[in-house]
Design a protein around this ligand. Structure first.
Ligand code: PLP
Length: 478
């Protein structure tokens, strides 16, 4: 599968520049053709890569040539390598990690984003992007059941949303203690007490580390067998603390999908005068479904909320969101003026709410996804995926395998017996290619994790995947 990329002199003359500009439509047509064949094969293609990294390096690597290649050849080589080296994670039978697909309108809008190449930094850079961010952020806040006064920012994903949220928290709790962390840093600052669910996603600890708060200096609050923080233990821990304090709760455990008891946690946190952060990378969107909204009750009392759009909202990578109850803390933690970046006279300057400055117009695919789904479409997708997750659990249980979690959302944990047996089943399934599931260790038990998060997964996809999982599990000798 060698991809020949012939060399072409770099265009230097004005005429050559013009010729290069003229090939853009044909180049995009060729991408459209590649896209068409990709999407025609996506639902049926094996959910695994067919090329090894060595083969991909051989096709795409080597030293960078002195002279440039024709753009059409570059695209052809990438498209060919992409067909072999990608995993069909946007397709209907990918159940690994928590990976959504791309809703059609979101994908198409993402192409517009690349075409426009707008910088989502300030209103001056792009009135369109600033305005669409404003509209989309308000819709999302509403769908998540959050107060209309919360500020928001579009970041790269859940990790950066946790990071931004905790930067806002750090600002606020230290400001109340008389310390300006943005100006003075952390040296000499009052210590901050941090209480986290012991089953928090690892990005909470990574965010704390990046913020200079230390990933090991936290009080880990015990969780129950589903990964829900024990509110009674949080209350007891908070009573032992004094001074600035942050509590990190979770809406949707990455393994079990379980939700912390947010109302009880909000009560304990409020009584202590601490900041409440909720990591709801995918779980927040339960709020958009009448059947599941009760799971996130209490989230409206959070001081900050982190979530993703590139997971269950089914927009292309990358897009996460941060919401903050204290807009002034949000701006103080994130923005720093420069002489040439003046405030945009009451218009939204997106960079004021995120760690980045120059950035992609991430809100536009989200706008398209929401506009095309509507409230009902989003609720139906969430409910369909949850029903499909329950079907996985019931079918695998009926086949004699052990389901380790209560299926409250879209996540299923299955054990096939001894750890080696479960690992071998996962390896066999990934090789089989009917569907893709990954492994995890849940409270000491090795498990296969199934996450149903894609708009295009049909009930037939689920049945075919169950059949493949059972076949692979049975193929492992005892
Ligand atoms: C609960 C939770 N928080 C944070 C993250 C990190 O999100 P991202 O990978 O978008 O940075 C994840 C990812 O699965 C998650 O499940």
């Amino acid at each position: 599968m060698p991809f020949a990329v012939p060399a072409l002199p770099i265009p230097t003359s004005p005429g050559e520049d013009e010729r290069m500009r003229q090939i853009i439509p044909a180049l995009l047509d060729s991408v459209r053709d590649h896209a068409r064949s990709w999407f025609e094969t996506l639902p049926a293609r094996p959910v695994r890569a067919s090329a090894s990294s060595a083969q991909l390096r051989q096709s795409l690597g080597g030293p960078l040539a002195e002279n440039g290649a024709p753009p059409a050849d570059v695209i052809a080589a990438l498209a060919s390598a992409g067909a072999a080296g990608t995993i069909a994670s946007a397709g209907p039978r990918y159940f690994g990690f928590v990976v959504g697909g791309s809703a059609p309108a979101a994908l198409a809008a993402d192409w517009l984003v690349s075409m426009w190449d707008q910088n989502a930094c300030t209103f001056a850079h792009s009135p369109l992007v600033s305005t669409v961010e404003q509209i989309t952020g308000s819709w999302l806040r509403d769908l998540a059941g959050l107060p209309s006064t919360m500020s928001f920012g579009f970041v790269t994903g859940g990790h950066m949303a946790n990071f931004t949220s905790l930067a806002c928290a750090r600002h606020s709790v230290l400001r109340k203690a008389g310390w300006d962390v943005e100006t003075n840093g952390l040296s000499g600052a009052p210590p901050i007490e941090i209480c986290v669910n012991e089953e928090s996603h690892y990005t909470i600890f990574l965010a704390l580390r990046l913020l200079g708060l230390g990933s090991a200096r936290v009080r880990k609050i015990p969780a129950d067998g589903q990964g829900r923080m024990r509110a009674d233990r949080l209350g007891a821990a908070l009573r032992e603390t004094s001074g600035p304090c942050i509590v990190c709760a979770q809406a949707g455990n990455v393994n079990t999908g379980a939700f912390d008891p947010l109302t009880a946690i909000a009560d304990a946190t409020r009584e202590r005068g601490a900041w409440l952060h909720v990591d709801g990378a995918f779980g927040v969107w339960a709020a958009a479904s009448p059947q599941h909204a009760h799971l996130v009750r209490g989230i409206e009392r959070a001081d900050s909320v982190a979530t993703d759009a590139h997971k269950w909202l089914n927009v292309p990578y990358d897009c996460g969101l941060v919401f903050c109850a204290d807009e002034s803390a949000h701006r103080s933690a994130m923005s720093l003026a420069a002489a040439y970046i003046g405030a945009s006279g009451g218009e939204r300057d997106p960079h004021e709410f995120v760690p980045e400055e120059s950035r992609r117009a991430r809100a536009i695919p989200v706008y398209a996804a929401l506009r095309s789904l509507g409230r009902r479409g989003l609720a139906e997708m969430i409910e369909r995926n949850c029903r499909q997750a329950r079907r996985f659990g019931n079918a695998l249980r009926a086949e004699g395998f052990e389901v380790l979690n209560d299926i409250v959302l879209n996540q299923v944990l299955v054990s096939f017996g001894a750890p080696e047996r479960t690992q071998a089943t996962i390896a066999a399934l990934q090789q089989d290619g009917t569907c893709w599931c990954g492994g995890t260790v849940w409270q000491g038990r090795t498990a296969m994790r199934i996450s149903v998060s894609n708009w295009s997964t049909t009930d037939d996809d689920v049945e075919n995947s169950i059949e493949a999982i059972v076949r692979c599990a049975r193929s492992i000798g005892s």
